[in-house]
Write a protein that binds this ligand. Structure first.
Ligand code: GDP
Ligand code: MG
Length: 307
């Protein structure tokens, strides 16, 4: 199956609800009137695009419709799609050039950190890169076991300590092993205990210090994982994390199970953090690099029948 159809399929629920509602709002209209713009704004907000982002989309659309003197419903949709695509574009590249490069994955429990790490490991490996994982979520033994299962599945090495071990020590050993084994990419899992911000901040700072000491010049990404099914809550969660951690990119998971895919716009526009990957299922190949154009396309058009 092509890359295109996976995202497209993953966005089905959001597309059906959002694009379907836009079609209904446009249906039978001879003029693009104020009522339509009001409906559109409401539809976008309902799809979790966020209030200010929705307002901006509508205001941009008004401008374009006026300037280009657009009347046809299909043309309006095309313009909305272009606006969305433009809004989503920028910063989505994943630049992991140094050998090794390090990725730290953070986020609350259950959002899909460990699963996304497994998928990333498989993805990078398929690009010919050598990957090593660090089980720095030492909070529960099950978390370590789960990462090990993913390491096996992806066919990559893993460094682990016992439950309750110091996460920074795991990161230290993982980086050491990564350097010794000539790995290209080191990915570390973490526990998501946001309910104690001070602890989280201290724990992360300790991990950063380890990274600074061992790999001062390495490319480093701090990926925050967000669960798309939680819609605007994911945005609020991100704001809280960004108070304590320097987030360089978002992995947005579970798009396949939700009609709240519009949240991607809110993340990009309100938080000003790029989405780097999207998760569209539980399988090992259900993680994709974020592509703004493809995503915008998927929000408005079903391409499944073309496959
Ligand atoms: P963690 O606590 O953040 O490490 O979350 P996990 O990686 O353990 O994932 C929690 C649950 O979400 C698991 O059941 C995963 O299979 C599921 N999950 C993760 N990513 C996706 C996704 O993109 N789509 C779907 N449908 N489920 C996902
Ligand atoms: Mg986990």
């Amino acid at each position: 199956m092509g890359l295109f159809s996976k995202i497209n399929r993953g966005l089905k629920k959001t597309r059906d609800s959002m694009s379907g509602a836009i079609n209904s709002a446009l249906y039978g209209k001879n003029e693009i009137d104020d009522e339509f713009y009001e409906d559109l704004e409401e539809i976008l907000i309902m799809a979790d695009c966020g209030v200010s982002t929705s307002e901006e989309i509508v205001s941009k659309l008004k401008d374009i419709v006026f300037k280009k003197n657009i009347h046809r419903a299909s043309d309006v949709k095309k313009e909305i799609k272009n606006i969305v695509s433009d809004l989503l574009t920028g910063g989505e590249e994943v630049d992991m050039i140094t050998v090794p490069s390090v990725i730290l994955v953070i986020g609350v429990n259950g959002v899909g950190k460990t699963t996304s790490i497994g998928k990333m490991a498989a993805l990078f490996k398929s690009e010919g890169k050598k990957v090593i994982l660090g089980a720095a979520d030492t909070f529960r033994a099950a978390a370590i076991d789960q990462l090990e299962i993913w390491a096996d599945r992806a066919g990559v090495d893993i460094v682990k300590h016992k439950e309750g071990a110091d996460p920074a020590a795991v990161v230290f050993d993982t980086i050491s092993a990564g350097i010794a084994r000539n790995c290209d990419i080191i990915i570390c899992d973490t526990a998501g205990r946001l309910h104690n911000k001070k602890n989280l901040m201290e724990e992360l700072n300790k991990i950063y210090r380890v990274m600074d000491r061992q790999l001062p010049y390495a490319d480093r990404e701090i990926f925050l994982v967000l669960d798309a099914t939680t819609g605007q809550n994911a945005v609020n969660q991100a704001k809280e994390f960004m108070e304590v951690a320097e987030v360089t990119g978002i992995i947005l998971t579970k798009l396949d199970g939700t009609a709240k895919g519009g949240v991607v716009l809110s993340i990009k526009h309100d938080l000003k953090v790029p989405v780097k990957f999207v998760g569209v299922g539980e399988g090992i190949d259900d993680l994709r690099y974020f592509d703004a154009k493809e995503f915008a396309e998927g929000l408005f058009e079903s391409t499944e029948e073309k496959q």
